[in-house]
Ligand binder design. Sequence first.
Ligand SMILES: [Mg+2]
Length: 193
Amino acid sequence: MSRLYITKFELMTWNELLQPDLILSSSILSLTPDIIQRYKLKGLVLDVDETLVPFKAAVASPELKEWVAQVRQVASLWLVSNNISENRISSIARAVDLPYYHGAAKPSRRKVRAALAEMNLPVNQVGMVGDRLFTDVLVGNRLGMFTILVEPMMDPGAALRSHPVRNFEVWASEILGATISPKEKRFTKRNKF
Ligand SMILES: [Mg+2]
C-alpha cells in the first residue's frame, strides 16, 4: 500500500501525507472564525461522524448550530462523510443547513474533489477538517488542502471513552514520521495518546 502511494505521489512521503497542518487540542467548536481567517481559509470541508456529531447522536447540538452560524460568515462549508447512511448524514446536514456528500470512502479523493468543485475556491484556501488521520487528513493532504485534525466529538457521558482506532492512527503516523501534537491549545485538557 505504501508503495502505491509513494509511486503515485512522488514528492509526498507518508509522513507528509499524514501530517496535519493544524492540530486542535479540542473539538471542532474550538475552530474559531479568527483561526480560519488567520490561515486565510475561505472554505472548509467537514467530516461528520465524531467531528460534528458523536457516533450515537442523530441530531446537531445547539452548540454545533451556533458554531456553523458563526463560521459560515467567513467560510463556505460542505459536509463530506464516509458514512453510508444517507438518512443519518442528510438529517444532520439539514439540521445545520449545509450541503453534503455521504459514502465518500475517504481517503478516496472523489467526493471531496466534487465538494471542492462546488465550492469553486483555490484548493489551498480550503481546510479539510476531521478527527481521523488515515481518512480526513490523508485525503486533504492528497488534494493539497489545509488539513486540520480535531479531537473527536464525544457524547457527554462518554468523555473518558478511549478511541482505539484513532489512537492507533496517531501512533502509526508518528512511526511514519508525522508529528501529531496540538499547536492550538484552546482548552486545558488533552488526552495523552
Ligand atoms: Mg470522523
